[in-house]
Structure formats: structure tokens, C-alpha cells
Design a protein around this ligand. Structure first.
Ligand SMILES: Nc1ncnc2c1ncn2[C@@H]1O[C@H](COP(=O)(O)OP(=O)(O)O)[C@@H](O)[C@H]1O
Ligand SMILES: CC(C)(COP(=O)(O)O)[C@@H](O)C(=O)NCCC(=O)O
Ligand SMILES: [K+]
Length: 245
């Protein structure tokens, strides 16, 4: 069985897969021993390969390897952005500079649609990437995600004081600082989805922690005929494909 990891800037998501079956899974913020609390000794003996997609720092990458080596000595391999995978071709002149999460998300989306599509990953950062009908990556955008926007406001202003409430989905004009900030960020995410829905004629694949919010806004605003698919494990799906498991 293959252990697959997607180490994003906020959270590390992992799954133990037996081909397409997800046998065990977990998520945590840090690469500590507790990351794999859902695994037991019996499952660890069944792991024969570890595949990792990371956008974290080099020191975090090394810490992750140490955390894995506490449990298993099987090969651990990192997968980075490649110039191409099958028909999918990276737009970057220097593909290794593009986040490996973006690449593996695109690999998985291309496998699903096998045609022109947009991939939006609403994680710590929000990334939007376009693929044309031939598999050529046309390019994309990188924007701050919801938490990063809230962090920027609380750290770079003196008097914008608010509590975080992740569940608040309203976009009505706020009447307290907290409402103004939280509704404002929701409004921006919604505006992004509406703009995407208005401009896009090709299927949209959505992933990331704030993916459900983007998907909902897209579904409410775009042409009902526009295919919009939410796939929370998109990066792991792409990684599984590239790692050939
Ligand atoms: N339990 C949660 N912990 C952290 N972020 C969450 C959680 N639930 C939703 N989110 C949202 O998800 C975003 C992070 O998404 P995620 O896909 O985990 O990021 P990354 O891939 O960068 O690690 C945050 O901006 C936040 O708004
Ligand atoms: C843009 C990202 C920060 C997104 O990461 P995430 O929000 O999923 O943690 C990551 O893909 C990254 O570090 N990219 C490197 C720069 C680039 O893609 O051009
Ligand atoms: K992201």
C-alpha cells in the first residue's frame, strides 16, 4: 500500500491507499509524531512506498521525513512539478518553481476532464490555473487565501480587532469590525467565484479548505450547465497518478 502526503502551508493531509481504496487517512498542522495517530503497527507494516507533495520549507521537508522514518524504512519520494505528464504541459519556463500542489491538482483534473478546464485550490493561498483542450497549461493566479487575508488585517493594522469565526458565511455589509472583516473576505471570495463563473465556459475543478465556499458561490452564480466539481483530495489523486499507485 502507498502512503500519500499533501503538505500544504496550513495542513498536512495524508492517505493510505490500496490502489483506489482509502484504507486510513489523517490531517494535522505539523510534521510531528502525532501526524500519523490514525495509523497502527499492522497498517505500517503494509506500507511499501511513501509519496509526498510538499510546498513547505526545506527544514519542514526534512522534519517530515524524520516523522515518517520513526514508523517505516520503506522508500520515501518527493514529487515536484515536471515540465509535462502525458499530454499535460506546464506553462512555467522553470517548472520546478511552480508549487507541486498546483501541478498534482492539474494532473488529477486533467485525468477527470481530459479537456480544457480550470483548477482552483482555495488553501492558504488561492491558486487558479487554466488548462486548454490539448493539455497545455495556459497559466494561473496566486492570491492570498482566507486565513492569510485575515492574518494580514490583524497583523498589519492597529485597530481592526476581530475574532475568527470560520463558519460565518454572510456577505452582508458589516456593522461591527468583526462582521466588516469576515463578511468582507467572504464577499471577495464570492466575487472571485462569480467572476470565474461569468468568464468560464470550461469545467471547473475546486479543491482546498475553502473549496466548498467557492463551489457554492460558483454554483449559485454560474450558468447551471457549467460543470463545477468539488474534489477535496485532488492533490493526493494527482500524486497517486504520478507515483503510479
Ligand atoms: N480546520 C481548518 N483548519 C485550517 N483551515 C481551515 C479549516 N477549515 C477550513 N479552513 C480554511 O482552509 C484554508 C486552508 O486550506 P488547506 O487546503 O488546508 O490549505 P493548505 O493546502 O495550504 O494547507 C484556510 O484559509 C481556512 O479558511
Ligand atoms: C501558491 C502556493 C503557496 C499554494 O500553496 P497552499 O496554499 O496550498 O499551501 C504553493 O503552490 C507554492 O508555494 N507555490 C510556489 C510558487 C508558484 O507556484 O509559482
Ligand atoms: K492552494
Amino acid at each position: 500500500m502507498k502512503l500519500l502526503l499533501d503538505a500544504g502551508n496550513s495542513r498536512i493531509k495524508w492517505q493510505l491507499r490500496d490502489r483506489a481504496d482509502i484504507v486510513c487517512s489523517g490531517v494535522d498542522v505539523a510534521e510531528t509524531a502525532g501526524l500519523f495517530r490514525e495509523m497502527d503497527d499492522r497498517l505500517w507494516t503494509q506500507v511499501d512506498f511513501v509519496a509526498i507533495c510538499t510546498v513547505r520549507s526545506e527544514s519542514a521537508r526534512e522534519a517530515l521525513v524524520r516523522a515518517i522514518k520513526l514508523h517505516t524504512q520503506v522508500p520515501v519520494r518527493f514529487f515536484w512539478t515536471e515540465p509535462r505528464f502525458g499530454d499535460l504541459v506546464c506553462a512555467y519556463e522553470n517548472p520546478s518553481a511552480m508549487g507541486a500542489d498546483r501541478w498534482h491538482a492539474m494532473v488529477a483534473a486533467w485525468e477527470v476532464f481530459k479537456g480544457a478546464c480550470v483548477v482552483i485550490d482555495a488553501g492558504s493561498a488561492i491558486t487558479v490555473d487554466w488548462i486548454d483542450a490539448s493539455g497545455r497549461h495556459e497559466g494561473g493566479y496566486i492570491l492570498p487565501g482566507k486565513n492569510l487575508m485575515l492574518d494580514a488585517l490583524s497583523q498589519k493594522t492597529a485597530r481592526v480587532l476581530f475574532q475568527r469565526e470560520q463558519t460565518l458565511a454572510s456577505v452582508s455589509p458589516g456593522q461591527t469590525t468583526g462582521e466588516c472583516v469576515l463578511h468582507g473576505v467572504n464577499w471577495l471570495l464570492r466575487a472571485l467565484a462569480i467572476e470565474l463563473g461569468r468568464k468560464t465556459t470550461v469545467p471547473v475543478m475546486v479543491t482546498g479548505g475553502d473549496g466548498p465556499y467557492i463551489k457554492k458561490a460558483l454554483s449559485e452564480s454560474a450558468d447551471p450547465a457549467l460543470p463545477v466539481r468539488l474534489s477535496p483530495d485532488l492533490v493526493l489523486d494527482g500524486l497517486a497518478q504520478v507515483a503510479n499507485c
